[in-house]
Design a protein around this ligand. Sequence first.
Ligand code: HSE
Length: 297
Amino acid sequence: MFTVKVPATSANLGPGFDTLGLALNLFLQVDVNLSGHTNKIIWQGEGKDTIVEQIDNNLLLAAMNKVFQEAEIDIPGLSLTIMNDIPIGKGLGSSAAAITAGLLAANKILQERFSNHDLLKWAVQMEGHADNVVPAFNGGLTTSMLHDGEVYFQKINFPADIDLVLVVPDFEVPTEKSRQLLPQTIDLQDMVSNLQRACYILASVSNGDFRYLDKAMDDVIFQPVRQRSIPGFKQVLQKAKDAGALGAAISGSGPSLIAITREKDKVGRAMQKAFSQYGVESHLFFLKACGQGAKVE
Ligand code: HSE
């Protein structure tokens, strides 16, 4: 028996669309047993009521199948016990975690036949973008680059004394739908602004200088469109900043928001209250960055 544990992730951090991603200390854990010819899946935690009904479309199993197909070996009988703390369809990298867990579990059964580089490449193919799967595999704050079909990344450590408040509204916005809303052409000046800000975020974290992080996380291309699906977005963001957030943005494709702060309680309460004034109930997660990526034990 072995266990795969994969962190949740928050992608984009505002302007770093499909590029920046931060691993969070909230996990999907899968206990794997080889069970002869039978298959058994127990799903606990987030998604337990829906995932097993839709098991044919399950990303974790699809990822396991992908690895066995590449190895040209039939998948053996398995007993999987899944404990999932990552909210599904909320912008916290639940699909990236499922894909990463499936690829790593299958590769472990195959005695690490494939390299992490292969697995990461397949993960990006399955997910469609690299910003969540790269930190899910590697931890920390990552910046990803696709070049000629290959995945490259750099990781920097995120300071342990900074808190991450994730405010998760009680409705879902599927990533696919959220991406369909995005503009197909981008104004040159907007593109330059986002590029400047995304680079500024990385340098701010690297230097531990968070003075202008709120400006750097102010994405001018994607959030203006996506915020239309999030009631009270502007007010919630403003309240976060008033309460002491160093910066805040939509987490991934939403609808959750991430605030980076040293005042987690004040910021979390202010954001939740602002959401409730727009009729949105939400759940608060007080998290830290996860320095280590997915683990197989
Ligand atoms: N970068 C992706 C997006 C992340 O914003 O659509 C999806 O979680």
